[in-house]
Design a protein around this ligand. Structure first.
Ligand code: NAI
Length: 273
């Protein structure tokens, strides 16, 4: 049983799922986000509002916890500034605080987009080089590297989970490969928290989809055996449109909107939630 677990990004989609799902495994849970929670903290929970880019606030957020599930930060491609603050400065602040306060293990939300520029006709494993399909994905790759450094230099264990598409049910042909059901996601995070001697490990987070593009022996080492399969929904999903360049790359919409802005984020821009 974890004494006090910190979940960052607790106001987000996956953080909200983990609040419920990880309750049985921690005596108390500290929730944190830059935004307000969708539902206020309940018994056994406390909430600390914190911007990951604020070094002092992050240190305060981490003080007194032994284990962290890190979901916070920019969660998709967008202008560089929120990626810089949430994911690059944020990951440094988190590990610096973890070291200062004696945190033993971190489970880190990485992304399948770290290898998004491999083709949909390839099978990718975690020992292959990263091919990020966006600046967002490059920031996740950076997080994987930073966590590797903090393990080999300082002994803080990390499981980096390259999360597939974690939604209630698969909605596109791409999801037939990438879908991660909510139940399998919570189970994978539980395994990553409870497995012994994980060291520094990178795993793909995907359900038991026959069409998946990733080898996931590493996740099996954690004791993760996914129960759900996107194939059960295949007949409800529209066929691929031919000549669609997005279908060539595992990352899907990798050739989508271009967020270059000459260093100035438009004032009226808000990230999609
Ligand atoms: P989300 O956008 O719903 O949640 C992320 C949370 O981080 C938000 O509540 C946001 O307020 C918070 N946040 C953003 N910038 C912050 C900052 N500077 N300081 C503190 N908090 C900040 O995203 P979701 O879907 O819950 O994803 C969680 C994590 O999983 C993200 O790191 C994302 O990159 C990763 N992921 C999610 C996938 C999915 O299918 N949902 C797929 C691949 C990766």
């Amino acid at each position: 049983m974890i004494q006090r677990l910190l979940i960052t990004g607790a106001a987000g989609r996956l953080g909200t799922l983990l609040r419920e799902g990880l309750k049985p495994y921690a005596k108390s849970i500290r929730l944190s986000d830059i935004d307000a929670l969708t539902e206020p903290a309940r018994d056994g929970e406390e909430f600390l509002r914190c911007d990951l880019a604020d070094h002092e606030a992050v240190s305060h957020m981490v003080e007194g916890v032994s284990t962290i599930v890190h979901m916070g930060g920019a969660a998709y491609e967008q202008y560089f500034e929120p990626i810089l603050r949430g994911n690059l400065i944020g990951i440094y602040n988190l590990y610096d605080a973890a070291l200062a306060h004696g945190v033993k293990r971190i489970v880190l939300a990485s992304s399948n987009h770290v290898t998004g520029f491999y083709g949909t006709d390839e099978v990718v494993s975690t020992d292959m080089a990263a091919r990020p399909d966006s600046l967002y994905a490059a920031s996740k790759s950076f997080a994987e590297m930073v966590s590797s450094f903090y393990f080999h230099r300082h002994g803080i264990e990390t499981v980096c989970v390259r999360i597939g598409t974690c939604i209630s049910r698969p909605k596109s042909q791409r999801c037939l490969a990438t879908w991660l059901s909510h139940a399998d996601f919570v189970e994978l995070i539980r395994c990553a928290l409870q497995a012994d001697n994980v060291g520094h490990l990178v795993v793909y987070g995907v359900s038991n989809n026959p069409r998946k593009w990733w080898r996931d022996e590493a996740a099996e080492r954690l004791g993760y055996h996914p129960k759900d399969s996107a194939a059960d929904y295949a007949d409800q999903i529209a066929p691929l449109s031919q000549n669609d360049a997005h279908n060539l790359w595992q990352g899907g919409q990798v050739l989508g909107r271009d967020y270059r802005c000459g260093g100035k984020v438009p004032q009226d821009w808000k990230p999609d939630k």
